[in-house]
Design a binder for this molecule. Sequence first.
Ligand code: AGP
Length: 613
Amino acid sequence: MCGIVGYVGKKRVVPVILEGLKRLEYRGYDSAGVAYLENNSLVKYRCEGKLANLEAMMDEAYLSPSHIGIGHTRWATHGAPTEDNAHPHSDSTGKLVIVHNGIIENYYSLREELKAKGHTFSSETDTEVLVHLIESFLEKDLVLAVRQALELVDGSYAIGVFWSEMPDTLVAARNQSPLVLGVHDEIGSFMASDIPALLPYTKRVVFLEDGDLAVITEKGNTVFSIHTGEQVERKETVIEWNAAMAEKAGFRHFMLKEIFEQPQAITNTVSGRINPETGEINIPEINLSGDELAAVKRIFLVACGTSWHAALVAKYWIEKWARVPVEVDIASEFRYRNLLVDENVLTIAISQSGETADTLAGIRLAKELGSKVLTICNVVGSTMTREADGTIYTHAGPEIGVASTKAFTSQLAALFLFALFLAERKNTVDAEKRIELAKALIDIGPTIEKELPVIQEQIASLIESFYDCRDFLFIGRGLNFPIALEGALKLKEISYIHAEGYAAGELKHGPIALIDKEMPILSLVPKDSVYQKVISNVEEIKARQGRIILIGSRGDTQLSTLTDDVIYLPVIAEEMNPILYTIPAQLLSYEIAARRGCDVDQPRNLAKSVTVE
Ligand code: AGP
């Protein structure tokens, strides 16, 4: 999704804006632009494609003495990714300028009304309609004009606006699309779509809520309600991340760095929440009482993409250990279903960003229907964490690569913690088993730390054989079926190879027709309770000359009789296999995509956080 950066303060604005936009590139975009005020006139640069194209035209602008400006990276919704459609967009006078992330759903009718009043448009965007709408109300008070315009808007927005007649003021506003303000007493004030853009300058942030409008000057910010115009209080949060955490630190891609950060991410997510002696779980921010949890009769897990795969794994754990029925829903389906939800239902939203539009809509609907809502989230202060009744934070640190890796395995760790936490309150697991399971969770981070280089070495020998495949199948059973789905998603989203994940038992119900000597099939086959079943499926593939890759248990000599391409992992507690078996799937996808020369961190058409429907 789009990236927005705004600044007003003592520093030269152009370098601040461009550096901030670079730190938001992971959000995905296909055009960009910057606008700033110089000698009381608006200066604007826009380009198609990447920020490098914008920088190439802005050599002189870097030295501009201007101290106020806004910038944007655009992920095209209305209109192709062209320079004309790139933000910032201006009004008829050329004195008012806007950047926007979101969708103005009634832009067409608004544009027709504005055209009837004589406004003309130079782009296909909904955003340009919004800046002309603000102009149509603008007399002397920019804040009032923005409020009046937004009252007519249906849809989602995070906007930054400034007007050359108010040369020291930025106006920001949000509805459903994320927007965070940065605070620094000496150098000035910031606005951005996400925290990484602010980290080089400040860790002091203010998260805007839906319906908020902020007036931003060098001295600070004041927040108002768009609807009432009343001032509202928004607390300041100090972010624990630092700028270095959002940089590559010598790795070729953020994704590879984040794959290797997983041991620490998982350990950070678990530590302080388990008593290793008793196996007792402690999650204070869950904010749900023991009685509330004991009363839970059914659980909905709601998520999108990789986070939905984490939900599929969690279903096995929660039903097995806490004995509570679990329904798993893709959020874009959940929000439009006729839900049977009541006060005995707990809805858990799983989201790395805490801003995914469909998942956010899902928890809002669940709350309306009387459900308590918990979110598993990686971003402190994100919208979902502020709207849920309780949160279990993953402590994965900023995840920059569009393809989720450390956030996913940290979500699994957090969900396993929750399953044990609920089992304790439901009294469905005895102390001995609880200690055993807790130890397995504590051990998985160090195990991955040790195994990562071994896995990377085993995978290296596969890349030349498989990087130019057109299709790929991933299969697994039980706890590992969701990991087959996750492996397929990783491969398809960063290498653009058509990959599908299937329950191993489903092969005979259709997909086996795809098997021939061209088709690679990666099978997850740990020595677990369904091992023999999966081995039978692999035999069926072998009988049809499928190109077999196996990820299985070290010491399992049968595997090498089925294929030469085996990745061996240690035998660990079966419950933890989903976390461990994800690692080779991630690394294989990464190495294949890198070998294909793909833009691994910013795959085409994708965004890190899907804040529009
Ligand atoms: C994961 O690799 C994808 N980038 C995507 O499926 C992602 O998991 C999905 O958009 C959900 O994002 P969230 O966890 O931030 O809600």
